[in-house]
Write a protein that binds this ligand. Structure first.
Ligand code: GLN
Length: 471
């Protein structure tokens, strides 16, 4: 069993043909975790015992001929997705002892599939960051160079998949948190259309931007997981109806030239151009387009995100959930609990968010940001009248050194330039490996991002597979 080359589809075939059992497959991943995770720290908790029991159940199901596409497939779950009876901390001190009282809808779906839950994977606290350095439980290191970050905020699941410590993973993406770590770890990540996957049981960061999505080694793996977790859910009022997604052979890819030409490191840009060239050779038309309002995306995102985060994090008050610091007055309970429980980035977002929502400033910041957000959405809408997909690098830079940007929030935010417009518009996007660049003598992966219109996941899978085939 060669884990590094194993895909979901191959594992499915081998499991169904009894070439190896789900138990053996799970054991192989647990062995790899024991070997590599002390160094990488992708997991906050590994559930070896129950994973083996779940694998055994999967084997029974396979024997009975009742296997579904993910039966016996070992997965890593980001620490902000609820699994009943399990700790879920969103990598925060404030939820250190919190145990989920219900299953997220994606959890229920994976359980119905018979997937094997390996453990909960590390992340930036409450999904705020771009490097997993904001975890209260220590940074996740990049499997390609352990002096560098795995990206964030889903650095745990991305590193787990990249280092063969899970076959696939679930992350969440509010402004790039699936695609950016996938790019930096050399794996595939999909941020689905807003509403395509239920957010029920996902700890809210910024509700109008959050989406759960899959991370895997191949486009096919990501597609398999997406198909298992998608679908309408009455528990999520923003969930989309199960209307047929449009399937069309994509032909024209638009490149927002002005937008992608600034701030991208030279060799990262070359990797991007070389993928475009391969697509051209494969029969795609590559067309320069303009998305004039995308330059405002970062500014808009870093107003809307903190506004919603400050609102969502208000529920952590020392009374309802998790950590509670005793004090004389209720006000002191709030301030002591929140002061001790939240890390610096969460506190920063709460301060910024409270400011931009406060009376007197809401018009100047929050409402203006919302107005510009609709312009970003319009830009995409117009672009999709003439192109099937829009392409950008996933990140302007490869994995950076641990600590390099942790004292400079603005430099950290700048890494999100190509991913945040997608969440503002609510459209789907996939990050596919686009080769490597060299830093300090080490090969570091970079990603190619393809963005589709609402419901366009199928098309993104087609483009992604064409990229894989022309590599
Ligand atoms: N880096 C972005 C932020 O810190 C995106 C995070 C995310 O997608 N969860 O807000």
């Amino acid at each position: 069993m060669e884990l590094s080359a194993l895909t979901v589809m191959e594992a499915r075939r081998a499991l169904d043909a009894k070439k190896f059992s789900a138990r053996e497959l799970t054991e192989a991943y647990l062995k790899e975790i024991a070997l590599r995770d002390p160094d990488i720290h992708a997991y906050l908790e590994v559930w070896a015992e129950t994973a083996l029991a779940e694998a055994q159940e999967a084997d029974e199901r396979i024997r009975e001929g009742n296997a579904l596409s993910l039966t016996g497939i070992p997965v890593a779950i980001k620490d902000n997705i609820l699994i009943k009876g399990r700790h879920a901390s969103a990598a925060s001190k404030i939820l250190e002892s919190y145990v989920a009282s219900y299953d997220a809808t994606v959890t229920t779906k994976l359980k119905n599939e018979g997937a094997v839950f390996l453990g909960r994977a590390n992340m930036d606290e409450f999904a705020l960051g771009s490097s997993t350095e904001n975890s209260a439980y220590g940074v996740t290191k990049n499997p390609y160079d352990t002096s560098r970050v795995a990206g964030g905020t889903s650095g745990g699941p991305a590193a787990a998949v990249a280092a063969n410590m899970a076959l696939v993973g679930l992350g969440s993406d509010t402004g790039g948190s699936i695609r950016q770590p996938a790019a930096l770890c050399g794996v595939v990540g999909l941020k689905p259309t807003y509403g395509a996957v239920s957010r029920f049981g996902l700890m809210a960061a910024a509700s109008s931007l959050d989406q759960i999505g899959p991370i895997g080694k191949t486009v096919g793996d990501v597609e398999a997981v997406f198909n298992a977790i998608r679908g309408h859910d009455t528990n999520d009022s923003t969930s989309l109806p199960d209307t047929a997604v449009y399937v069309k052979k994509p032909k024209v890819i638009g490149v927002p030239r002005a937008f992608v030409s600034s701030g991208v490191e030279k060799d990262v840009s070359l990797r991007f151009e070389s993928v475009l060239n391969n697509l051209r050779k494969a029969g795609y038309e590559i067309r320069d387009i303009e998305l004039p309002n995308l330059t405002y995306s970062l500014a808009v995102y870093y107003i809307i995100n903190p506004a919603e985060v400050s609102t969502n994090l208000a529920r952590f008050d020392g009374i309802r959930y998790g950590l509670s610091e005793p004090a004389e007055t209720i006000g002191d309970v709030y301030t002591k609990t929140r002061g001790r429980g939240f890390g610096p980035e969460a506190r920063r977002r709460i301060l910024v968010g409270t400011f931009v929502l406060s009376s007197g400033y809401a018009d100047a910041y929050y409402r203006k940001a919302r107005a510009v957000r609709s312009l970003v959405r319009e830009d995409f809408k117009k672009a999709f009248e003439s192109v099937d997909a829009v392409a950008t690098p996933t990140s302007p830079i490869p994995a950076f050194k641990i600590g390099e940007k942790s004292d400079d929030p603005l430099a950290m935010y700048a890494a999100d330039i190509f991913t945040v417009p997608v969440n503002l518009a609510g459209v789907p996007a996939i990050s596919v490996p686009a080769g490597t660049v060299t830093r300090d003598g080490k090969e570091l992966p970079v990603g190619f991002q393809a963005i589709g219109s609402h419901g366009g996941e199928e098309m993104l899978f087609t483009i992604g597979k064409d990229i894989e085939q022309t590599r």
